[in-house]
Ligand binder design. Structure first.
Ligand code: SF4
Ligand code: SF4
Length: 381
C-alpha cells in the first residue's frame, strides 16, 4: 500500500511546504487547465530556481513541491531535485501528468537524486475519458506507463489528483476504484475553477453540483469500504459535504487561494481596480464570499462579524466584533477575521427553514467539528 505520510487529516495544511514553479509549458492541453494564461512555453532559469530553493530553506520549509506547467519537462529537472536535496529538503514532491516517468531511466535518476513523492494528475481511468480531458492523443498510454513504472519502483509515495468536472463526475467512483486496485490510497478531489482553459471551455466543464451530488457522494462513500483510503477535497463548496464533514477543506487553505490572487486583490485595495474576473466568474469561484466581503470592507471601511445561526442562539446576541479597515487593508489580517467571523455555512436543508432569509448559518470551524446536523430548520408556515 502506498500513501502519504501525512495521515492526520488537516495536518498537511500546517506542514511548512514550499511550492516551486519550474516551467510555463505542458505536453498536455487539459480542457480545464487553470494555468493557461501562464503557459508561455518557457522555463524558469535554473539560477532563479536555485535562489528560490535557498530562500525556501532559509524560511524553514522542509518539503518542496515541484510544479509547473509540467515540471518534469524542465531540462534541468533531475539536477533541480539533486540541488534541493543537497540544500536540505527532506521531502521533494512533484505534481505531474506523469508522462515523463514512462522513461524508466528518467525515473531511476529522479529517485537517485532524491525525489520522494509523486502526485499524478489523472482525471479518468480509461483512454477515452482521460484523453477527452487531456486533449492529447496517446497521452493516456504514456501517463499510465509512467504511473506503473513509479508504482513498480516502490520507492515513492504516490497519490492522485482528480479535477471533478462535467466530463468525469459520473465516473468518479470508478476512477478512484481503478487506482485503489493499483494500490494507491490517497486522492485529492479538486473542484474545477473558472480560470484559464476551464473558463474558455465553461460549457464543457462546469456542472450542476446538486445534480452531480449522488455520483460524488458515491465516491466519498468509498472511505467506508476502504478504511485505509485518504480522500481530500479541494475547493468543493462545503454545503455539499453534509454527511462527509470530515472532508471539508481546512479553512487555512484559503491563505493559499488568497496568495494566488494577491496581485489582483491588492490592486483593488490600492487603486480600486476591480478584479477582472469579478462578476461573471464569481459564482463558480471558491473565494466568492471573501471577495464580496473585501469589496464591502473597502466601501464601508468596516465589516461586522456574522451573527450565530438562529437555531443555535441561546439568550441574547452580543454586539458583533467589527473589522475596521486601516489606511491600507492588510489582506492576511482580514482573512484571519474572515475565517473566524465571516466564513459561515448553511446546510442545503436550510432552504426549508422558516428563518432562512434572516439567518447567516454557522462558522465553518463549528460545522467541521460538529457537522451540519447541529442545524435544525424550523418548519416554514
Ligand atoms: S471571487 Fe474573486 S477571485 Fe474569484 S472570480 Fe470573483 S473576483 Fe475573481
Ligand atoms: S436551520 Fe439553517 S436557516 Fe434555519 S436557523 Fe439553522 S442555520 Fe439558520
Amino acid at each position: 500500500m502506498i500513501k502519504s505520510k501525512f495521515l492526520k487529516r488537516n495536518q498537511a495544511a500546517e506542514k511548512p511546504k514550499y511550492w516551486l514553479r519550474l516551467t510555463r509549458l505542458c505536453n498536455n492541453n487539459c480542457v480545464f487547465c487553470l494555468d493557461k494564461e501562464n503557459r508561455k512555453g518557457t522555463i524558469v532559469k535554473f539560477s532563479e530556481i536555485k535562489a528560490e530553493v535557498k530562500k525556501a530553506r532559509k524560511q524553514g520549509s522542509d518539503k518542496l513541491i515541484l510544479s509547473g506547467g509540467e515540471p518534469t519537462l524542465h531540462p534541468d529537472y533531475l539536477e533541480i531535485i539533486r540541488f534541493a536535496r543537497q540544500a536540505g529538503f527532506r521531502e521533494i514532491q512533484t505534481v505531474t501528468n506523469g508522462r515523463m516517468f514512462a522513461y524508466r531511466n528518467f525515473l531511476k535518476k529522479a529517485l537517485e537524486n532524491g525525489l520522494t513523492e509523486t502526485t499524478f494528475s489523472f482525471h479518468g481511468h480509461t483512454r477515452e475519458l482521460y484523453e477527452k480531458q487531456s486533449g492529447i492523443k496517446g497521452s493516456y498510454e504514456q501517463a499510465f506507463t509512467g504511473l506503473t513504472n513509479v508504482l513498480n519502483s516502490k520507492g515513492l509515495i504516490v497519490n492522485i489528483d482528480i479535477v471533478i468536472n462535467k466530463i468525469n463526475y459520473r465516473y468518479l467512483d470508478k476512477v478512484i476504484k481503478f487506482f485503489l486496485r493499483l494500490g494507491i490510497r490517497e486522492f485529492d478531489l479538486l473542484q474545477v475553477v473558472p480560470f484559464g482553459s476551464a473558463w474558455d471551455n465553461r460549457d464543457k466543464v462546469f456542472y450542476n453540483l446538486e445534480k452531480a451530488l449522488p455520483f460524488i457522494k458515491k465516491a466519498f462513500s468509498l472511505q467506508h469500504q476502504y478504511p485505509d483510503i485518504y480522500l481530500w477535497t479541494n475547493r468543493l463548496p462545503a454545503q455539499y459535504l453534509e454527511g462527509f464533514e470530515e472532508l471539508i477543506q481546512h479553512p487555512v487553505k484559503l491563505y493559499d487561494e488568497i496568495r494566488g490572487r494577491k496581485k489582483i486583490l491588492e490592486r483593488f485595495i490600492d487603486r480600486k481596480v476591480l478584479m477582472r474576473c469579478y462578476d461573471k466568474q464569481c459564482p463558480y469561484c471558491y473565494i466568492e464570499n471573501f471577495c464580496k466581503d473585501l469589496i464591502e470592507l473597502r466601501r464601508a471601511k468596516r465589516l461586522a462579524a456574522r451573527e450565530p445561526a438562529v437555531c443555535l442562539r441561546k439568550g441574547s446576541v452580543h454586539p458583533p466584533k467589527v473589522f475596521l479597515a486601516a489606511k491600507r487593508i492588510d489582506l492576511e489580517k482580514f482573512l484571519d477575521f474572515y475565517i473566524e467571523h465571516r466564513y459561515f455555512l448553511k446546510s442545503l436543508r436550510c432552504r426549508n427553514c422558516r428563518d432562512d432569509g434572516r439567518c447567516e448559518g454557522a462558522p465553518i470551524n463549528l460545522i467541521r467539528k460538529k457537522g451540519f446536523r447541529i442545524l435544525s430548520p424550523s418548519r416554514k408556515k
